[in-house]
Design a protein around this ligand. Structure first.
Ligand code: GRF
Length: 226
């Protein structure tokens, strides 16, 4: 863990916030040299807001329905996020597409977690689609956000088996457990200044990653976990 000041983090959510919880827990355990400055939701009924309040984290609701169009909403979002001087912005189940106007000023310091092995299954209903495709493996990815939806460079992925008996919900639950491992890990690395996005590539410890890191391979590389 570095001794530098904790990185101010803003987390954007729309729902349950179980990934938010995993990050809150990792901060509480001092595994992340960061401080969650605020949680912002586009939905007032998002359960994740309660999780944030229970952890004494300031919350805001910015309801997209109150804005004339996507751009107006995104401008307001950017204004509010900027107030917290965020060093890192995390999309954690944030269910709105963000425009270039929002993403570009934050480029290099905004992550998303997506429930598939990107570049497979961008967008919605990933578990259903993995089952329909007959895939034997499925998983999740943490990536830098760029203007291309679910298209930014992938940092870390985790795989799970697809079982013959799986329903989309059963598969989603298996994937979610892995999300709760890989998202805090990427946040930790970023806050230790080990991760950058340069020319649309992930750079880890000064080296461009030829392919995304795999959670399953990290056990063999304590240096990465350390
Ligand atoms: C997760 O599956 C995440 O990958 C996707 O939305 C879901 C959010 O879950 N982007 P939660 O709100 O973190 O529980």
């Amino acid at each position: 863990m570095t001794n530098s000041n904790p990185v101010p983090i803003v987390v954007l959510i729309s729902g349950s916030g179980s990934n938010l919880q995993a990050i809150i827990d990792a901060v509480v355990r001092h595994e992340i040299n960061g401080k969650i400055a605020a949680v912002i939701s586009n939905r007032a009924d998002a359960y994740g807001l309660k999780r944030a309040q229970a952890a004494d984290i300031p919350t805001e609701v910015i309801d997209h329905l109150h804005y004339e169009n996507r751009l107006a909403f995104d401008k307001e979002m950017l204004k509010r996020v900027s107030r917290y001087d965020a060093g890192l912005v995390l999309l954690a189940g944030f269910m709105r597409i963000l425009s270039e106007e929002f993403v570009t000023p934050l480029q290099g310091r905004i992550f998303n977690i997506h429930p598939s092995l990107l570049p497979k299954f961008r967008g919605l209903h990933t578990h259903q689609r993995a089952l329909e495709a007959g895939d034997k493996q499925h998983g999740c990815s943490v990536h830098f956000v760029t203007k291309e939806l679910d298209g930014g460079p992938v940092i870390l992925q985790a795989r799970v088996p697809v079982l013959p008996s799986d329903t989309p919900d059963a598969l989603a639950a298996r994937v979610l457990k892995k999300e709760h491992i890989i998202y805090p890990l990427c946040v930790r690395w970023f806050c230790e200044q080990r991760l950058q996005m340069i020319n649309d590539k992930v750079v880890m410890d000064g080296q461009p990653l030829p392919t995304p890191l795999r959670l399953e391979a990290l056990d063999d590389s304590l240096a990465l976990l350390g």
